[in-house]
Design a protein around this ligand. Structure first.
Ligand code: GLN
Length: 507
């Protein structure tokens, strides 16, 4: 593997600025790496070598004339396949969108292009972002670079695996219930879910509009802040986009990297830990809290009593929103169209039924049924209405907790990466992976996951989650950078340095 690709995005940008490398060289090195290992990993659903190299050449021209479009101009990136990309297939991991090439870019994708980042391709995901393992992708699972027999998390396992295996320095993910943070935790990478409305959702194929958020998937906290600065900020095309500017996340990283957190109050959430969490994950969590105390932070324990209902609340609200979003896949507008067998002149409804039967996977159908049921008259108040009330109570828990602490912390995911196949037929066991990440989505608060070390049971990565009040994303970065600095000092490098190199398998 070329040494070039082991650098952080910040280092790559630096090397580009100094003329030590070119974007074409960087982009080629990553395309070579993809060709080398993606046969084993399957992190990508589509690789756009030509488009990426063309963008790289343009970036090199800008650098040559001393007019880079952004600090990351020329640094390549991978994009989760749930974001529309003009001229590049977008499947959302579903058969129903096979062959669909969007006529427009998502706002975040447009911002990447304007900032000069070559797009390497589209990454694998659970179908329509429903899942915690990438096993619900219609195109087959992605594998975890730490152990190819294990899951890389989900739904954004493709982006996390690509970044962990040096196929891309950085990537975009989306997080509706944890799909940026949980894959980050189980692959030893950094994942940030910004404040709801902080990053545009225009062109993000909606799973659940009130929960979805786009965010960075990277190897360091600084790289996440660099990417966040490119994609964040108001978008008139998204009615839920916030008017407020992106907080100065880069300054927060610099501040955190000094390793001094004096005066900062950290709240350990009682309900996000203990029963159901793997021992080794909890150990790494406690150790990280101790390091933050050494950095000068004060630790308090805070209780968020309604968090125990977060999972149930989420699994009513999410299917309700998803079932109405997925109604647009009606065999008429996009992608797949299946004609029912043996019917001579099928009606629109018969075509729709045959297409949805063939085009949607089991998990998608399960959630459509759940959501339609929860929204049906007679049950609406009992389920959807109750869930909305509980959502309010969970937000109040956050408000109370943030009155006592500047940030809240917990393990990101209850366990390390589990073996492929272990939970795929047990939806409830799969849903439990998001125990600690879901409350943030229900309330719109920002959250970051930073690698906290390897669990002793299986030598696999665990994640440390930092949550902050809405629009205080900078606090996630400050604490994340401080923890990362202390841990890197302790490990003598990054956690990924300890990952086994992925076997070379030609595509
Ligand atoms: N695993 C969760 C789910 O299945 C979260 C998905 C997500 O964040 N997109 O809904």
């Amino acid at each position: 593997m070329s040494d070039l690709i082991r650098r952080t995005a910040a280092e790559m940008a630096d090397a580009l600025a100094k003329g030590e490398t070119t974007s074409v060289e960087l982009t080629r090195a990553h395309l070579d790496r993809i060709a080398e290992v993606d046969g084993a990993l399957h992190a990508f659903l589509h690789v756009d070598a030509e488009g990426a190299l063309e963008a790289a050449r343009a970036a090199d021209e800008r650098r040559a004339t001393g007019s880079p479009a952004s600090p990351l101009d020329g640094v390549p990136i991978a994009v989760k396949d749930v974001l529309t990309t003009r001229g590049m297939p977008t499947t959302c991991g579903s058969r129903i969108l096979e062959g669909w090439v969007p006529p427009y870019d998502a706002t975040v994708v447009r911002r990447l292009r304007e900032a000069g980042l070559p797009i390497l391709g589209k990454t694998n995901m659970d179908e329509f972002a429903m899942g915690s393992s990438t096993e619900h992708s219609a195109y087959g699972p992605t594998r975890n670079p730490w152990d190819l027999e294990r899951i890389p998390g989900g739904s954004g396992g493709g982006s996390a695996a690509a970044v962990a295996a040096y196929e891309a320095p950085i990537a975009l993910g989306t997080d509706t219930g944890g799909s940026i943070r949980q894959p980050g935790a189980v692959t030893g990478t950094v994942g940030m879910k910004p404040t709801y409305g902080g990053v545009s959702r225009y062109g993000l194929v909606a799973l659940a509009n009130s929960l979805d958020q786009v965010g960075p998937v990277t190897r360091t906290v600084r790289d996440a802040a660099l990417l966040h600065s490119v994609i964040g900020g108001h978008d008139p095309k998204d009615s839920t986009s916030l008017a407020e500017p992106v907080p100065d996340v880069l300054a927060a990283v610099e501040q955190g990297a000094t390793g001094d957190l004096s005066g900062l109050r950290i709240g350990v959430v009682t309900e996000l830990g203990g029963y159901g969490y793997q021992g080794g994950v909890l150990e790494r969590f406690k150790e990280s809290v101790d390091l933050l105390v050494q950095a000068g932070a004060d630790v308090v324990e805070v209780s968020c009593p309604h968090f125990v209902h977060a999972l149930a609340t989420y699994y009513l609200i999410l299917p309700a929103e998803a079932s109405s979003n997925l109604a647009r896949f009606d065999a008429m507008r996009y992608g797949l169209r299946v004609l029912p067998e043996g019917v001579e002149a099928p009606s629109a409804e018969e075509v729709m039924r045959a297409t949805r039967e063939a085009g949607f996977g089991d998990e998608v159908k399960r959630r459509i049924i759940l959501g339609t049921y929860a929204l049906s008259s007679g049950y609406y108040d009992a389920y959807y209405g109750q869930a909305q009330k509980m959502r309010t109570l969970i937000s109040r828990d956050f408000e109370n907790a943030f009155a006592q602490a500047d940030v809240l912390v917990s393990p990101t995911a209850p366990t390390t990466a589990f073996p492929i196949g272990e939970k795929v037929d047990d939806p409830l066991a799969m849903y439990l992976n998001d125990l600690a990440t879901i409350p943030a989505n229900l309330s719109g608060v920002p959250g970051i996951s930073v690698p906290s070390g390897l669990a002793h049971e299986d030598d696999l990565p665990a994640g440390f989650q930092v949550l902050a009040p809405p629009l205080k994303d900078d606090r996630c970065y400050r604490v994340g950078a401080a923890l990362e600095a202390r841990l890197h000092e302790k490990w003598g490098g990054s956690l990924l340095d300890r990952a086994p190199d992925v076997k070379v398998v030609t595509r």
